[in-house]
Ligand binder design. Sequence first.
Ligand SMILES: Cc1cc2nc3c(=O)[nH]c(=O)nc-3n(C[C@H](O)[C@H](O)[C@H](O)COP(=O)(O)OP(=O)(O)OC[C@H]3O[C@@H](n4cnc5c(N)ncnc54)[C@H](O)[C@@H]3O)c2cc1C
Length: 414
Amino acid sequence: MEKYDLPLIKNEYDIVIVGAGPAGSLAAREASKRGASVLMIDRRKELGAPVRCGEGLGLKHVTNMGIKLSPQAISANINGARVIAPNLKDDIIIKTPETKGFVLDRKVFDKDLAKDAGRAGAEIAVKCEAYDVIKEGSAVKGIKYIFNGKKGEVKAKVVIAADGAESVIARLAGMRDATSTLYDTDYGFEYEMVNVKLQDNGQDYSDLIEIFFGREWAPRGYNWIFPKGPDSANVGVGIGGLEAPNAIHYLHKWMSADGVKHRFAKAVPVAYKGGAIPVGAPVKEFVMDGFMVVGTAAHQVDPIHGGGIGLAMNAGRIAGTVAAECVKDGKTNAPALNKYKEQWYNEEWKKFSKRLMLRKVLEKLSDDDLNHIISNLDQKDIDLTLAGDFKPVVQKVLLKRPQLLKVLTVLVNL
Ligand SMILES: Cc1cc2nc3c(=O)[nH]c(=O)nc-3n(C[C@H](O)[C@H](O)[C@H](O)COP(=O)(O)OP(=O)(O)OC[C@H]3O[C@@H](n4cnc5c(N)ncnc54)[C@H](O)[C@@H]3O)c2cc1C
C-alpha cells in the first residue's frame, strides 16, 4: 500500500496568496484557471471557522462571480430588507433585485470557495501562518511562514495579501495605510440564536434582513436580525471603533428595549461571533513590485453597512486574473500589476465613493431626523436612493425639515 504524505510546500510558485477567505479563494481560482502555479495558505485549521460575519450576501455577487452555491452553504433565502427607525415603530421594507440574496453558512461557503480554487489547480496549506515577507529592495519576493509548527520560506513572482481585517502582510510589505484608523473601523458583535421570533405584528420577516437604527443602542451603526432558519438568526450590533469595548452592552440594551424585546423573550445563543471591519476609503495603493492587497485587507468594504464578502470576491477575481496575466508576460512590477487597481476603480469606485459620502451624512443625523426620514419615505424614494439619485428624496425630506439643509446638500451634489 502506498503511503499518503501531506502535500509539501514547494520552494517557489508563480503566485502565493496569504488568506483563504472569499478574496483569497477567488484570486486563487482565477489565477490557477489561467495556468499560474498558485499556493494559498491560511492560518486557520478549518477554513471559514470560526465565523466572524453576519453572513448576508446579495444574489448578484454570487451570480457575477460564477459561483454555484451548495444548498448547505445557504442558511436562508432573502427577498429584501426591513429598515427600522430609532423609535422601533416606523419602518421601510425594500424589495429590489439589489436586496435579494442569502444569509450564508460561511463555514460551508468559505470552504466551498477554497475547494473551487483547489479544483482549478491551486495548492492549499491550512494551519499555515505567514509571519513576514521576503523583500529585495522595494520588491516583494515571497513570504516566511510557519506550517505545522515548522518555519519555512517560499518565493513567488507575486504575493497577494488577502489576510482580512487584521492584515499584517500589507503593512510588513511597506504599505503604510494598511492599518485602518480607529475612526474608520467599525466593530461588529453578534449572537447566533435559536427561538428568535421572526414574525411581529402579524407580519412575517423570515425572508428579510432587518436593520435597526438608533444611537442609544448602536452609536454610528445599527443592530440587525439576519434570519438563519425558521426560528434562528444572527442577532448583532455594528458600532464605531471607539465604542468597541461596549459592543455587548449596546447589543443587550437593544435586545431589552420595548418594541423589540418580545422577539428575543425565549432566544438562546448557540454561537458568539465578533470582529473588526474597516469602513473608510480603500488603501491608497493596491500594488507594489511583486505584491497586491485584496479584500478587507485593502479596506474594500461597504462604508455604510460593513458588508465585504462581495467586494472581497470581486477584488480577488480581478487581482488573480491580472496577476496570472502579468506572470505570463514576465512583468510583475507595480506598473504592470496596477491594472488590478484600474479595473477595480472602473467597476467599484462610482458606487463606493457615493457610499463614503452617505456614511458621513448618516453620522450627522440624529435619531429624531432618522425617525422623520424613515416615516416619510416610500418605495419610489428608496428606488431613487438605491440608484444613487438622492436629489428628489433630499428635497422631499427638506420640505418638512429644512434645518437638515446643511447636512443633506452634500448628497444633492453627488
Ligand atoms: C461581525 C461582522 C459581521 C459581518 N457581516 C457581514 C455580512 O453580513 N455581509 C458581508 O458581506 N460582510 C460582512 N462582514 C465583513 C466580511 O466578513 C468580510 O468583509 C469578508 O470576510 C472579507 O473577506 P476577505 O477574504 O477579504 O477576508 P477574510 O474573510 O477575513 O479572510 C482572511 C483570511 O486570512 C487568514 N489570515 C489572516 N492572517 C493570516 C496570516 N498571517 N497567515 C495566513 N492566513 C492568514 C484568516 O485566517 C482568514 O481566513 C462582517 C464582518 C464582521 C466582523
